[in-house]
Design a binder for this molecule. Structure first.
Ligand code: C2O
Ligand code: CU
Length: 521
């Protein structure tokens, strides 16, 4: 071949290579464009159309959830069972409330009890908002008024198993309350325990910046001598310790300094620790032994004395510590991450103690109690598998959380029927910890990494699932509605780590986005 011939051949090959490279690039760019385009969320949509339905091996039933792509095949949902809309799922509306209060939400600069000014939100002029203390069985009515929160606001009652219409989730159970508007919540707080409330509109912003408060449901006092003895002795002290960071600084009930609580020698003190932060927190006690008497508003069975052991409090979770004050009048320090509660006489010293190396393992703490539920043959068995991969979320490229391999909004709708026994297998291999929170229900831990629970029944509404861990949880579907099941590291939730538990036949008229601008996370 002549020199010019070889040269032409060479040029020809180069052009071909260039053409192939250009074609491949165009294809990749085109595909990315399609992924980007498809990932954009519409201006308004219903959670009923979101993602794909999972039935967990149970009957498909009469599900209104038809936007999903999860169940192929000829089986058409049967038309039995009348649908009930979320707003109808309320407490008995008759009768005067036992407890009535109004909470006014404002966007303003405020100063927590100690510490710097914060540019955020208040409830009745303060943050944390007022502590709501009610007695089990009381009908509670809270009116939320929005004076100046531009994006709208709601109140969610974290951990309470209340009727779905009062769950306070913008776009799912109500519209965000606009400036000048109000919304009334009514529910019977029937389970004694420690809970909290917070906004579920733009929660990753509004919770951090102050729309939150503690909610304590006290046990009923025995009224007759034959009745079961009351849980608490009137001589006991009962302390709320709500931990929250304002402007990056750790506080207890808004106090940056130690929160001092008077306590007499031999007095029993219940410290209700509430972790409102996005990550797990360690709690430990210096100067006395203690018991971990409740987790997430459920008493533990026969909790033993602990000493030299820390307790891990899940983000969004609660831990009630019971301390018996030393006889010698010395102080006790309850360390809560970067802040502390000091119990004792006003003059008592309570030196800081380092975090113990050991952490109590709730899989084996306390003693078992028969729940009378057979978890071995559940009606539904679901997977909640958390991973992470690159992709587009509402048009934004990034590394996003996945649930069962898919990105939001292609997330599972876990479909159940009332009365179902449900087992959920949560596995996390996403590289980070996730505090998983199920609304409207408590679930009991059955196994961690395949190892069965051997301690007290460990009921949770918020469960710390570390990277590499897996949990099997059991619960009974007794509270009809549409319930969020999401990560309570709230920025993670806003990045799509959100699924829903949906009862057969329940529909919602509310939409995400829409005129109210509903954005629950
Ligand atoms: Cu504490 Cu879905 O929330
Ligand atoms: Cu998370």
């Amino acid at each position: 071949m002549s020199r010019t011939g070889r040269r032409r051949l060479h040029l020809g090959r180069q052009r071909l290579r260039l053409a192939v490279a250009c074609g491949a690039t165009a294809l990749i760019v085109g595909l990315l464009g399609v992924f980007w385009y498809n990932s954009r969320l519409p201006a308004s949509y219903s959670v009923m159309d979101m993602g794909h339905a999972e039935y967990g091996g149970g009957p498909i039933g009469s599900m209104p959830h038809d936007g999903h792509d999860g169940h192929a095949g000829g089986e058409e949902p049967a038309a039995d069972g009348a649908a009930s809309a979320v707003p109808a799922l309320t407490a008995d509306q008759g009768g005067a409330p036992d407890v009535e209060m109004t909470l006014v939400a404002r966007a303003e600069r405020f100063q927590p009890p100690s510490g710097d000014w914060v540019d955020g939100y208040t409830l009745n002029g303060q943050s944390p908002g007022p502590v709501l203390r009610v007695t089990a069985g009381e009908l509670v009515q809270v009116r939320l008024e929005n004076e100046s929160v531009a994006e709208g606001v709601t109140l969610h009652w974290h951990g309470l198993e209340l009727p779905n219409a009062d769950d306070g989730v913008a776009g799912v159970t109500q519209d965000a309350v606009a400036i000048g508007a109000e919304h009334t919540y009514r529910f019977v707080a029937d389970q004694p325990g420690t809970f909290w409330y917070h906004s579920h509109q733009l929660s990753h912003e509004q919770v951090r910046r102050g729309v939150l408060g503690a909610l304590v449901v006290l046990p009923q006092q025995a009224t007759s001598p034959d009745a079961d003895p009351p849980d608490a002795d009137p001589a006991d002290a009962d302390v709320v310790a709500l931990v929250h960071r304002y402007g990056g600084k750790s506080t207890v009930n808004g106090h940056r300094d130690d929160l001092r609580i008077p306590a007499a020698p031999n007095q029993r003190v219940r410290v209700r620790v509430i972790n409102t932060e996005n990550g797990p927190m360690s709690a430990w006690v210096g100067g006395a032994s203690f018991r971990l008497v409740a987790v997430d508003g459920r008493d533990l069975h026969e909790p033993t004395l602990l000493e030299g052991t820390a307790v891990l409090v899940t983000a969004g979770g609660r831990a009630d510590l019971e301390v018996t004050m030393p006889t010698d009048g010395s102080g006790v320090r309850v360390q809560l991450g970067g802040s502390a509660v000091v119990l004792g006489p006003a003059s008592a010293e309570a030196a800081e103690v380092p975090r113990p190396a050991e952490t109590v393992d709730l899989l084996s703490y306390g003693t078992p109690a028969d729940l009378g539920i057979d978890w071995g043959t559940p009606d539904r068995r679901f997977d909640y598998d958390i991973g992470r991969r690159p992709g587009f979320l509402d048009g934004r490229p990034g590394m996003w959380w996945t649930i069962n391999g898919r990105l939001y909004p292609e997330v599972p709708a876990y479909m159940v029927a009332e009365g179902d026994i449900v087992v959920v297998h949560i596995a996390n291999h996403s590289g980070e910890v996730h505090p998983m929170h199920l609304h409207g229900h408590h679930a009991v831990v059955l196994r961690r990494d395949g190892e069965p629970a051997t301690g007290s029944p460990w009921w949770v509404d918020s469960l710390n699932v570390s990277d590499g861990e897996s949990y099997d949880l059991g619960f009974v579907a007794t509270n009809p509605g549409i319930w969020m099941y999401h990560c309570h590291n709230l920025p993670h939730a806003s990045e799509g780590l959100v699924a829903h538990l949906m009862y057969e036949g329940v529909t919602t008229p509310f939409v995400l986005g829409g005129p109210a601008g509903n954005e629950p996370e």
